[in-house]
Ligand binder design. Structure first.
Ligand code: 8YV
Length: 328
């Protein structure tokens, strides 16, 4: 059988796939151009892809022999899952292994916003640190006692909640489904509406998948609801936020600031109005980017692919009932 990788994966993982299949790896500029993807998929049985590859119905239908799509990610909004399932193609992904790393980054961003780590860092690099700061200067705020609003209480949301409890924060959450009373109690988290979440939180952290329902759900109306002293953190998907609205809110100081690991378009281009705003802290989509996590993701991506091609159940299969189908 033949397998296509839309970019290189860890050597140990590629070696494993090569033992069983004929492997073709695209090594050009990422993402792989669509026409090339459509032509390369024609004779392939399996595909390993990444969030920047748009695996739409054109790609899926061109892959007449395709039996398995394994994505190196927890998100699968880039895959037309419905089209794949209609063709009997098994779609698999890599949840769980990246929960800790992503939750850690959300906390790192939150701490950095509250304690102005990014500002302090650039001040020194720009050689603008001229005086020793006095009692009222360069102050941040404590995390302790502040209210964290978690939007999306799935695996990553819960991991963030556990970490935030260590910082003695108060927790509110909003989710498609309310947690059981037992889980709410163990996380000490109160369920509220989305409006209330944005209205009452000192910081909102986003952990929902990108679906037609969550597309641009964070808009100016919600942002205007927030306290002027509140922050927004996004380590999920850029398109959950209406980025234009966020820029307005940041410029008008409707909110105090935002920390973003994900964007409407990635990489963001030089003309993106977020660049240069003092009250925004940005990282280049590194939620799962730790040595340990990426290795585990590679291991699972390969296992998922091999199990699917053997017509066995992969470790993590995308199911149609999960309701997280891509936006196509
Ligand atoms: C990417 C992610 O997989 O898992 C996801 O959904 O967005 C990331 O972990 C990673 O950037 C590699 O493409």
């Amino acid at each position: 059988m033949k397998v296509l990788l839309t970019r290189r994966l860890h050597d140990f993982a590629v070696k494993e796939i090569r033992k069983r299949y004929q492997v073709e790896i695209y090594t050009g500029k990422v993402p792989m151009p669509k026409d090339l993807l459509v032509s390369k998929i024609k004779d392939k049985d399996g595909l390993i892809c990444y969030p920047y590859d748009k695996i739409d119905s054109d790609v899926i239908n061109a892959g007449t022999k395709l039996k398995a799509i394994s994505t190196f990610s927890v998100g699968y909004n880039h895959i037309d899952v419905k089209a794949a399932l209609e063709r009997g193609i098994i779609v698999s992904y890599t949840p769980e292994v990246l929960t800790r790393a992503t939750a850690d980054l959300a906390m790192a961003l939150m701490l950095s916003l509250f304690r102005r780590v990014g500002e302090g860092n650039s001040l020194i690099h720009k050689k603008e640190w001229k005086t020793i700061f006095g009692p009222y200067e360069f102050l941040g705020t404590d995390l302790h006692g502040k209210t964290l609003g978690i939007f999306g209480m799935g695996r990553i949301g819960k991991a963030v909640a556990k970490r935030a409890l260590g910082f003695e924060m108060k927790l509110l959450y909003h989710n498609r489904k309310r947690l059981s009373p037992r889980e709410e109690k163990s996380l000490n988290a109160r369920y509220v509406s989305l409006d209330e979440l944005f209205r009452r939180s000192d910081v909102v952290s986003i952990h929902v998948p990108h679906t037609p329902k969550t597309h641009h759900i964070v808009n100016l109306k919600l942002l205007k609801n927030m306290k002027k002293t509140s922050f927004l953190v996004n380590t999920a998907r850029g398109k959950i936020i209406n980025e234009k609205d966020l820029v307005v809110a940041l410029k008008k100081k409707t909110i105090a600031g935002a920390a973003l690991d994900v964007f409407q378009n990635e990489p963001i281009d030089a003309s993106n109005p977020l660049i240069g705003l003092k009250n925004v802290l940005m990282t280049p989509h590194i939620g799962s980017a730790t040595v340990e996590t990426r290795r585990e993701m590679a291991e699972i991506t390969v296992k998922n692919l091999m199990l699917s091609l053997a017509r066995k159940k992969p470790i993590y299969q995308v199911k149609v009932e999960s309701g997280h189908l891509g936006r196509f």
